[in-house]
Design a protein around this ligand. Structure first.
Ligand code: SF4
Ligand code: SF4
Length: 226
């Protein structure tokens, strides 16, 4: 309802509030107080990017998708982060983990859960670094780092993909896909029972990578055709 439609308001007229006082000389001088005080402060010049100050401990910078200690991904593709985002900056597409052997057509396991985040993107043209997504994440897969250099000269490069957001492999980790540590459940992973990749997982990844390289290598027929 507008003021004109409000019967009570229209009885007394639209300008019934107290008249605004003219600012006095004192108020005008006081208004310049901050300006004068700043003029006499010591000038601080940072030699950025050669010298960088550490950010505040709870600074919200670029996101990171975390891994378990054996290298499996913590993200289960639930999309809660995307639903929590007020800027619609996150795109997630989940998929099922598949323990069927690769040679029988299985697509492999990327996380200890039933699902994993197959596609994950954050659009830094939209993100306002509010942190609501990391609060919503049930597995602590998504956290924020102190990295803040997120400027670029084109829009496409500011849409970060899963590969860019995934935490790098640390010592004892392997690149997925590979099976969970034998005899463990998803709960064991979240309770910290898994501390690094096992020999069986290592053997699986070596065999998987050898198979992938063999599949990618050009065959004799292709070589002859060239
Ligand atoms: S920090 Fe905020 S705006 Fe950025 S992706 Fe997360 S929820 Fe969305
Ligand atoms: S980052 Fe967390 S909230 Fe987002 S899809 Fe993955 S598990 Fe779910």
């Amino acid at each position: 309802m507008t003021d004109n439609q409000n019967p009570q308001r229209s009885e007394v007229g639209p300008h019934t509030g107290p008249a605004q006082e003219e600012p006095g000389l004192l108020a005008s001088v006081a208004g310049f107080g901050v300006t004068f005080a700043t003029m006499f402060r010591k000038v601080v010049t940072d030699s950025y990017p050669e010298q960088r100050h550490p950010t505040a401990p709870r600074f919200h910078g670029r996101h990171q998708l975390n891994r378990h200690p054996d290298g499996l991904e913590k993200c289960v593709g639930c999309e809660l982060c995307a639903w929590a985002c007020p800027a619609d900056a996150i795109f997630v597409q989940g998929a099922d983990n598949d323990d069927t052997p690769i040679e029988e057509g299985g697509t492999g396991r990327f996380s200890p859960g039933e699902r994993y985040g197959r596609v994950y993107q954050i659009n830094y043209l939209r993100c306002i670094f509010c942190g609501l997504c990391i609060e919503a994440c049930p597995t602590r897969a998504l956290t924020m780092t102190s990295f803040y250099e997120l400027a670029d000269d084109n829009r496409a490069d500011l849409i970060f993909t899963k590969e860019q957001l995934l935490a790098p492999l640390q010592e004892g980790m392997l690149p997925p896909p590979f099976p969970m540590v034998e005899g463990t459940t998803q709960k064991d992973y979240y309770e910290g029972a898994v501390t690094s990749a096992t020999e069986a997982q290592r053997d699986y990844v070596e065999a998987y990578q050898a198979g992938a390289e063999a599949a990618a290598a050009p065959t004799d027929e292709h070589e002859e055709a060239r």
